[in-house]
Design a protein around this ligand. Structure first.
Ligand code: PHE
Length: 343
């Protein structure tokens, strides 16, 4: 038995020393001292079969061996714990002398989006909702329903992109088709703005681009007059260019309004005396507007005997150019980061 005990002790001490990691050490401990099937435990169970005088000596030896093994396990535990702590520390180490990460670029709004968002907030404060609509539009909504019949010359001045094999689809030339869509969807009374992208078949130059933005607005209720229209448009002009700004409405023909006007504001730069920005006129044209034609109200499913309303369309792209002094409209759609990064 003494032989057995010696062998056991030697192999136990070796295994303890070789255990890499606390879980492995625990397993070793269990194999030797485990209450159920630990090797030493089993050996000690055999004590009771020995003759009395041997029992005493062997028992003592066994207890000593057990203590030695337990001490070895304790020592190894401390060793392993210290090791893993050092490993964690190493992982958390920060090299303060390492070169910095390259600066992350942050995204930002396109100037058109900046102006659009500003106007959306302003109109929302006056109780308008903001709506959206398709850029690929039916010819009906873009022209016919807006009182622009097939042979009307207004179709020539708003030439656009037609879709192959789909003769009734066009890229919308203005946001005005949304007048009808919003009426059909929400009915009267109505207070809505609809900003969005528009397209025209232009020979592009610094003032003309095939893709640009407008912001359409519609107000419909009982007893709406041109005075309401002017009030709203003046509020917008003052919001954009300051409290001194004046609005001038001059007659202009649009088939979908009657009467129709072209809206100008006093130049924000010279205040009306004439400068480079306003081409020496003192005025800047920024919107078209008018009282909604009864035919258009009917197309929108609204009774023109009961309701009236006005519509307006801001040249959003133009507002952006004026605000930031951008003198070539083509820059806005160019995707040139040198432009966009300035805002
Ligand atoms: N849709 C017109 C244009 O593109 C602008 C407009 C909108 C005029 C609403 C009157 C009323 O020129």
């Amino acid at each position: 038995m003494k032989n057995k005990l010696d062998k056991l002790k030697i192999s136990a001490l070796k295994n303890i020393q070789q255990a890499e990691g606390l879980p492995a050490l625990e397993e070793v401990e269990n194999n030797i001292l485990g209450r159920k099937a630990g090797e030493l435990t089993e050996l000690m169970k055999g004590l009771k079969d020995l003759p009395d005088e041997e029992k005493k000596i062997t028992g003592q030896l066994m207890n000593e061996a057990k203590k030695e093994i337990e001490a070895a396990i304790g020592a190894r535990q401390e060793e392993l714990a210290a090791k893993s702590w050092a490993g964690d520390l190493e992982k958390e180490r920060i090299d303060l002398t390492a070169p910095a990460l390259p600066k992350m670029e942050r995204g930002h709004w396109h100037p058109v989006s900046i102006v659009q968002k500003d106007l959306e907030e302003f109109f929302a404060s006056m109780g308008f909702v903001v709506a959206d609509g398709p850029e690929l539009e039916s010819e009906f909504f873009n022209f016919t329903a807006l009182n622009i019949p097939a042979d009307h010359p207004a179709r020539d001045s708003q030439d656009t992109f037609y879709i192959k094999n789909h003769p009734n689809w066009v890229m919308r030339t203005h946001t005005s088709p949304l007048q009808i869509r919003s009426m059909q969807k929400y009915g009267a009374p109505l207070r809505v703005i609809m900003p969005g992208k528009c397209y025209r078949n232009e020979a592009t130059d610094a003032r003309h681009e095939h893709t640009f933005y407008q912001l359409e607005g519609v107000v419909i209720d009982e007893k709406i007059t041109m005075a309401h229209m002017k009030g709203v448009l003046e509020a917008v002009a003052k919001h954009l260019y300051g409290p001194e700004t004046k609005v001038r409405l001059r007659p202009k023909f649009y088939p979908f309004v009657e009467p129709g006007v072209n809206g100008e504001v006093t130049c924000f730069l010279c205040g009306g005396s004439g400068c480079r920005v306003c081409k020496q006129t003192g005025w800047m044209e920024i919107f078209g507007a008018g009282m909604i034609h009864p035919n258009v109200l009917k197309e929108g499913g609204i009774d023109p005997e009961k309701y009236q309303g006005f519509a307006f369309g801001f040249g959003l792209t133009r507002l952006v150019m004026l605000k930031y002094g951008i003198d070539d409209v083509r820059l806005l759609e160019s995707g040139d980061l040198r432009l966009v990064k300035q805002f």
